[in-house]
Every structure is written in C-alpha cells, then in structure tokens.
Design a protein around this ligand. Sequence first.
Ligand SMILES: [Fe+2]
Ligand SMILES: [Fe+2]
Length: 264
Amino acid sequence: MSANDLPSITSSAQWRDHYRDNADDQRHIPWEQGLGVTPAELAEIAESLRAWQLGETSDGRHLLAAAQRYADRIGDPDFLDAVAGFIKEEQRHGEYQGRFLDMAGVPRKQSDWGDSLFRAARYLLPSMEVWATPVVMVETHALIYYNAIRQATKCPVLRAICAQILADEVKHVRFQCEQLAVLLRDRPRWLRVLTMLLHRVFFTGVTLAIWIGHRRALRAGGYGFGRFWRSAWARMRCAWSAMDPTGYAWTEAPSLTALESAGV
Ligand SMILES: [Fe+2]
Ligand SMILES: [Fe+2]
C-alpha cells in the first residue's frame, strides 16, 4: 500500500458529529414488552451484568479534565466535544443496563474490585494515553462480552441492549486506537516497540481478570476459556494494528513534536 492509499485519522469534529448523530439514531429497545427473562438465564448472567453496568457508569470528570488539558496542548477544541459525546454514550450503556437490572429486580452494584482496579489505572496518571490504553482493552473484551450475553438470553430487551452496545463499541475501539496512533506518532521506533510489548503484558492481565470475573456469563454465552482467549487476542491484534501510526496518512494535523517545537 502506498502512502497515498493509507487512511487518514478521523478528525475530532467528525467524531463529535458521529456521537451526536448516533445519539439520534438509537435502536428501539422494546421495554414495553416486559423482560420475559427466565430465572435460569438471569442466574447465569446477573452478577456479571451488575459489575459491567457499574463499569459503564461514570460521570467522566477525570477524563474530561485530561481531555481538556490535551485539547489545549494540541490546539483542538473539538476534541473535548468528541470526548463529551463518547462519555454520554457510555453513560447511555450504563442507563440501559441499569434499567434492565431494575426491571429484573436485581439490585445495582455500588462497588466492584475489577471496576476499582480499572478506575485506579486510569486515575493514577491522568494522561490521555494512560486513560485510552486500558479503555481500549476493556472495550475489546466488551465486543466479546456483549455478544456472549446476547447469546445467553432470549430476552428481547437485553438482546436489543447488547446489539446497541456492540454497534457503539466498534466505533469506541476505533476512537481510542486513532487517539493512541496520534500519541504514538512521534515516539521513536524502539520506544513504540517497547510500548507494544507492555501492552501485551497488560492485555494478558486484563483478559485473565475479565475471565475470572465473568466466566460464568461468558460460558452461558458459548465462550469457554479457549474461545474467549483466542477471540480477545484476535480482536486486540486488530486494535493494535489500528493504533499503529505507520498505518495512516499524516497530511493535515501537525505532529505533537512540531507543535511543541513551535511552543504550543
Ligand atoms: Fe460501553
Ligand atoms: Fe465503550
């Protein structure tokens, strides 16, 4: 592929518009039909859904603060709007699942060790890279997880929720990958290689933690450990290639290095 054939990074304004348009283009969730979820189905997935619902629920304050600093640094005010649109979408996922749990009579979760660990990783160092890296890894697993939940139930409401979240998360993974490609763009090759090695170590831990925490629901959706492991790595390999800066044509936006040397 020549450099001319490479795709460009989606601009922040385009992402902002995507999240705005997507909010107006939501699938119908047939709440009016009632849930019709069987106790047997619920027993397999309820505990896991409670934890995942909590994970989708965040006011986004830390992220918005990091996004604000980053937007100022790169001189891209649309970036903050794009991130705000992304946060709203995640909150919508949390609301859908919360409403499902409420209707099913399952209490919502207030805290979870996996969620706390994940939040700590993001809050420890409030930079866009430290934020986007665990998020893209969890979202990669979300693509498998919600497919498993969809397979584990005949409940039309839950199946519609899963379909909506799956459609949204495909774009979320792209959003984080492009962001990481921008951040990795000016890193020397050896440091990029080292970063990707660390990603693999971290991803191994995230995959194992998600399996330990959610194996019952994953099994109910047809994912034994082998299938889950292979699917997770296959999806993450796609994400890694989407965050490779050499896979993009960099024609318009100046690089961070250029901005920094210009005193921006
Ligand atoms: Fe989500
Ligand atoms: Fe997401």
